[in-house]
Design a protein around this ligand. Structure first.
Ligand SMILES: Nc1ncnc2c1ncn2[C@@H]1O[C@H](COP(=O)(O)OP(=O)(O)OP(=O)(O)O)[C@@H](O)[C@H]1O
Ligand SMILES: [Mg+2]
Length: 377
């Protein structure tokens, strides 16, 4: 899973040294439904069993905060300028009215048993217990192909199916859009702030005080406050993800574009990864190069990689089956994500406004990547 560079070996060793696979710090909802509720009040969380802090003996880089001196509280900033936010327009549904009506009629007439069987299987895969928090990195070889959109869909899907805490984390220093896609109106604390603040003795309720609660449930940690040049480097990323994963059953990381250093670090250290490929000949070709490169690494990351083949435009002409077959050749699962009007309009993603095919694809993608993530110790 490593590219072989010294920095990569060092960071993997660091994680391996500090990681205790037998420490069941995050309990699955399936195993203990009430162990870690998704949005606890302080009283609820105090009543819940809190895991032993395994970080106590772990060296955490650049953790310079002195608990005796409270960190200054950053100001809360809007994710979209309020003058623009009022111009967002109404959310469009991903499916046309005719599509929605047609589907309702088909449901009334056709046998739904196959659909139900598949949904049950996906639900079981999504809800399976985890021993330690699973980290899933989402990246791509080009910008603007749908990483943040896919991350937001995954975060919402995991949160919908699991009853233990789910975090969506932005690891993109370049003015990322994840907070907007997740529906956050304002952001305050960033990854860099938390890297200074987190201490092993913190409880879940202490930590969530620094996170943005997502409307549908779950938590969000932005990379910055939407300013140019937000500070996010490899050490900050490792500090935050290493510390936070003991509180969250699943952490989805919205990475910068490859081959950025943080993206490579996230790819290397995640339990599983999603590579988003745009549905264009050049996008599929480039993504295939990345997959072939991943396959040649000493500890192949390919075995824990899923491709999301995203049609971000209604005008794509590339044959989807050919594109998917090309990407599947190195042995990775490929999940097509269809063009969706609601996703295309930008702004906050409203789950209820997504097209049915988009929702199905998000569930399938989440189930595929979870299957791979739980395999890794
Ligand atoms: N499945 C889809 N259907 C329709 N439009 C989509 C889809 N996925 C993404 N888009 C469109 O593509 C735009 C860019 O997506 P997104 O911000 O997720 O890309 P990104 O890879 O995170 O970009 P960046 O590299 O800038 O972080 C979205 O605002 C949306 O308009
Ligand atoms: Mg993005």
């Amino acid at each position: 899973m490593t590219g072989g560079g010294d920095w990569q070996r060092d960071l993997l060793r660091e994680l391996a040294d500090g990681d205790d696979p037998d420490n069941t710090s995050v309990q699955s909802s399936a195993a203990t439904p009430d162990a870690l509720p998704p949005s606890p009040t302080r009283t609820e969380a105090e009543a819940a069993p809190v895991p032993e802090p395994p970080l106590a003996a772990r060296p955490v880089p650049r953790q310079v905060h002195n608990p005796a001196v409270p960190a200054p509280t950053p100001e809360s900033l809007p994710t979209v300028d309020p003058r623009l936010a009022i111009a967002l327009g109404n959310p469009q549904h991903g499916d046309s009215l005719a599509q929605r009506t047609g589907r309702t009629l088909r449901r009334l007439t056709a046998s739904a048993s196959q659909e139900v069987t598949e949904q049950t299987r996906f639900a079981q895969e999504l809800q399976q217990p985890v021993t330690t928090g699973r980290v899933i990195a989402v990246t791509s070889i080009r910008g603007g192909v749908g990483k943040s959109t896919v991350s937001a869909l995954l975060g919402r899907t995991f949160n919908h199916y699991r009853h233990d805490p789910v975090l969506t984390l932005e690891a993109d220093a370049a003015l990322g859009t994840l907070p907007v896609r997740m529906g956050a109106n304002t952001v305050r604390w960033s990854c860099a702030d938390l890297a200074r603040i987190l201490t092993p003795s913190m409880q879940l309720t202490d930590v969530t005080g620094y996170l943005v609660p997502v409307t549908d449930g779950g938590w969000l940690l932005p990379a910055g406050q939407g300013r140019v040049g937000a500070p996010l480097d490899m050490h900050t990323y490792l500090t935050v993800t290493t510390a936070l994963r003991r509180y969250f059953a699943v952490t989805i990381v919205d990475c910068e574009t490859l081959p950025g250093e943080v993206a490579r670090t996230a790819m290397d250290t995640a339990h599983a990864r999603v590579v988003v490929a745009p549905m264009t000949a050049e996008g599929v070709h480039g993504t295939r190069q990345v997959l072939d490169w991943l396959g040649q690494l000493p500890h192949s990351a390919l075995a824990t990689t899923v491709v999301a083949l995203s049609a971000a435009s209604p005008d794509t002409t590339l044959d989807a089956k050919t594109a998917a077959a090309h990407l599947r050749e190195p042995g990775v699962p490929v999940v097509p994500l269809p063009y969706d009007r609601h996703l295309a309009q930008g702004g906050p993603i409203h789950t209820a406004m997504l097209g049915q095919a988009t929702r199905d694809a998000a569930v399938r993608l989440a189930a595929e990547v979870m299957q791979l993530a739980v395999r890794v110790r």
